[in-house]
Ligand binder design. Structure first.
Ligand code: FAD
Length: 330
């Protein structure tokens, strides 16, 4: 039997969670699936060590606000105590607030996921045409979720394989979008470091694109620093042996923390860190006619409305609006 208001959202990153909340608030029956252990995607906060635990943002580090729509969203997050201002620039004060999640960047995703039907550890394998509804979303454990609309928010190269059996015309240029990679070093220190002004340093040299002090940022009581390798360094060292690349980053990091000792560190890889080009629409929507009414696929994420947190949020909101419009008018 078809469920005319049933939507599956793939990805519990910012884009997917914003889309899901909008659709739930308009009466849709929404399930969010994510292959990860938790919500957030590239809003990722890691806890290292016990009994004293360092809290380290290892994906997105902070965000800015440019558009009135996103400003309204961020005002609500601020009011809910989920985000706060970190500073207004890491060099000169440029007047633009840099916001952070109060307990790390995943705070934002955890807040947005509250009350939603979010299923983590759920790897989507394919989207296929259904017998009893326009779409069947198939998980790797063979679970099948029927849906009238599917919002897909994975990085676009990952979206490609999901759509192979959906028999849709999607521009090839869209699905083959490129992303920069990031190799990251998460370092727990024996004492506080001094990193730039306010604890952040953008593009300090050719090896690193970012150094962020999670202690100065106010999320970690234990001194802990995030080092992001630059896109070029990450590409050049992507296939290196894990331990070798980890050691190389520790070695390169030493000059920025001359008075500190690294107590422990972890090495992380982001294959799809930042899209290198942006699609000229805030989302891409395809609607098919089926025996069970219109079936909508909406592609969203930061490759659409801008390669940052604001872009991911605006794209998720745009996708939800288009799904509502397509299902209302067809
Ligand atoms: C190292 C790094 C630093 C960054 N720094 C900043 C910054 O300082 N400021 C800023 O504004 N932005 C920054 N960004 C970018 C920002 O994090 C992203 O733009 C934003 O979080 C993207 O959100 P999204 O929802 O589009 O995608 P994602 O957060 O990637 O969400 C997609 C989700 O889909 C899930 N998924 C993928 N495939 C499947 C599947 N088959 N089945 C189920 N689930 C699946 C993934 O697990 C993921 O949770 C940074 C990103 C990285 C990686």
């Amino acid at each position: 039997m078809s469920h005319p208001r049933r939507v599956v959202v793939i990805g519990a990153g910012l884009s997917g969670l914003i889309a899901a909340r909008d659709l739930v608030s308009h009466g849709f029956d929404v399930t969010v699936l994510d292959k990860g252990r938790g919500v957030g995607g590239r809003l990722a906060t890691r806890r290292i060590g016990s009994p004293t635990t360092a809290v380290i943002d290892h994906g997105a580090q902070f965000f800015t606000v440019r558009s009135p729509d996103f400003a309204r969203e961020v005002d609500a997050w601020t009011e809910a105590g989920v985000v706060r201002e970190w500073c207004r620039g890491f060099g000169d004060d440029d007047g633009h607030p840099r916001y952070v999640g109060v307990d790390g960047m995943t705070s934002i995703a955890k807040h947005l996921a509250r009350g939603l039907d979010v299923r983590t550890n759920s790897l989507v394998f394919a989207i296929k045409r259904g017998d009893a509804s326009p779409w069947n979303v198939v998980l790797d454990d063979a679970t099948v979720l029927p849906a009238q609309a599917v919002v897909v928010t994975c990085p676009l190269p990952q979206t490609y394989s999901l759509l192979v059996s959906a028999e849709l015309e999607i521009p090839q240029a869209l699905l083959s979008s490129e992303y920069d990679r990031t190799l990251a070093l998460l370092a727990v220190l024996d004492r506080p470091a001094t990193i730039g002004r306010h604890g952040g340093w953008q593009n300090p040299n050719a090896t690193f694109s970012w150094i962020g002090d999670n202690h100065a940022k106010g999320i970690s009581s234990v001194p802990a620093v995030t080092f992001h390798a630059s896109p070029q360094w990450s590409l050049d060292h992507w296939d290196d042996d894990h331990d070798q690349a980890h050691a190389a980053l520790r070695h390169a990091a030493a000059e920025f923390i001359p008075d500190c000792t690294i107590v422990t560190s972890e090495f992380k890889r982001w294959r799809f860190a930042t899209p290198t080009s942006i699609w000229p629409e805030p989302c891409h929507v395809v609607t098919i006619e089926s025996a069970h009414g219109p079936g909508v696929i909406a592609l969203a994420g930061d490759a659409f409305a801008g390669p940052k947190i604001e872009g991911a949020a605006l794209s998720g909101a745009a996708a939800a609006e288009r799904v509502r419009a397509e299902l209302a008018t067809n």
